[in-house]
Design a protein around this ligand. Structure first.
Ligand code: ACO
Length: 322
């Protein structure tokens, strides 16, 4: 059977760091409130003129280096973002031009679940033989759609990008247990209004700001993530105890801890970056994975479980054998 395996990964963060103390000067908030409710201590924020494509190109360049291949070897880019440079064309095409990749390039919109969606799309192109080597990118400048006067949302998010290089291979025997084992996607549009940006080209012609029913999102997050994680494990005949690394979407420390507790996963198996990155939406999973690979935690043969939930609602999970 045709499968996709991971050749490399890379990530990129804007240089500017904004701490909770910095936010105390802008809105009526406190480091104590933010840390206690979310686990976030600081986040990176893109400079003026630094676009989602710039972050994506940075992450993709590092992923190609790590994979030991060149841009010309890539024939597919799937880029997840909620904050594209322009309404169209797809930001992925800007990345394609900058890197010089072949084939085709497209954006995916599933907000915080975007990376799992993009991974699923790229994996399926590879399984069907429509792509050979794919760049899967999550990149966001979420700071651009925040209302910096709204303390209930502006403290939660950050900017950044991460990328994975996938390659198709013919999986036989023990090699069949490597790479992307499965992906699982869900959405439920009846919850459209729980988390959204007001406005857009078709409704108001201008882009507004993030609005969120935080407690409702929290409630859906823990139950839906628990079930989509279980779905991935059952599909592969695995149990929570088989997972070497949980690489979750980094929205909120309490959501991550809640899921890990339900799965009975010890904290040392959970990759956490939310304290330093905040919620970077589609970028959070590849940013966290990049860190755990870079510092040597993730080793060949490790089982990695990814999960995310975001606006839509959209949610999903993925299992990768490294
Ligand atoms: N600083 C200080 N006080 C604040 C702040 C702030 N930044 N934000 C809100 N408050 C106040 C509120 O006004 C409220 O005050 P009141 O009691 O006087 O009315 C009080 O804190 C409590 O507010 P709640 O909204 O009830 O706080 P809660 O404990 O629910 O925490 C939070 C809010 C952190 C947003 C929580 O609901 C949550 O984590 N939700 C999940 C949402 C999430 O992570 N979304 C990310 C996008 S979706 C995703 O990626 C999964």
């Amino acid at each position: 059977v045709k499968r996709s395996r991971v050749l490399g990964c890379g990530s990129f963060l804007p240089a500017k760091v904004v701490t909770n103390a910095d936010l105390e000067k802008i809105v009526d908030t406190s480091d104590e409130w933010i840390v206690q409710r979310t686990g976030i201590r600081s986040r990176h924020i893109a400079a003026d003129g630094e676009c989602t494509s710039d972050l994506a190109i940075g992450a993709a360049t590092r992923a190609l280096e790590h994979a030991g291949i060149t841009a010309g070897d890539i024939d597919c880019i799937v880029l997840a973002t909620t904050t594209p440079d322009n309404t169209f064309p797809a930001t992925a095409t800007k990345v394609q031009a900058a890197l010089g990749t072949r084939g085709f390039a497209m954006d995916i919109q599933a907000v915080c679940a975007g990376f799992v969606y993009a991974l699923s799309v790229a994996d399926n192109f590879i399984r069907m033989g429509q792509a050979t080597r794919a760049l899967v990118i999550g990149a966001e400048t979420f700071s651009r759609i925040l209302d910096w006067n709204d303390r209930t949302t502006c403290v939660l998010f950050g900017d950044g990008a991460g990328a994975l290089v996938l390659e198709g291979y013919e999986a036989t025997g023990t090699s069949a247990d490597r790479g992307v084992l499965s992906t699982h996607l869900h959405s439920d549009g009846t919850h459209y209004d729980l988390l959204y940006v007001d406005g857009g080209p078709s409704s108001t012609r201008t882009v507004g700001h993030v609005h969120m029913h935080g407690q409702e999102i929290f409630r859906h997050a823990v139950t839906k993530l628990t079930s989509v994680v279980e779905e991935a494990l059952v599909a592969n005949g695995l149990e929570a105890a088989d997972v070497d690394w949980l690489v979750p979407h980094q929205a909120n420390r309490r959501i991550i801890d809640g899921l890990a507790r339900k799965m009975k996963l010890p904290p040392e198996k959970v990759v956490l970056t939310v304290d330093r990155h905040g919620n970077t939406s589609a970028a959070s999973i590849p940013l966290a994975l990049g860190e755990a690979v870079q510092d040597g935690r993730v080793r060949s043969g490790d089982l990695i479980l990814m999960e995310a939930i975001g606006g839509g609602l959209t949610w999903g999970s993925a299992l990768i054998r490294w």
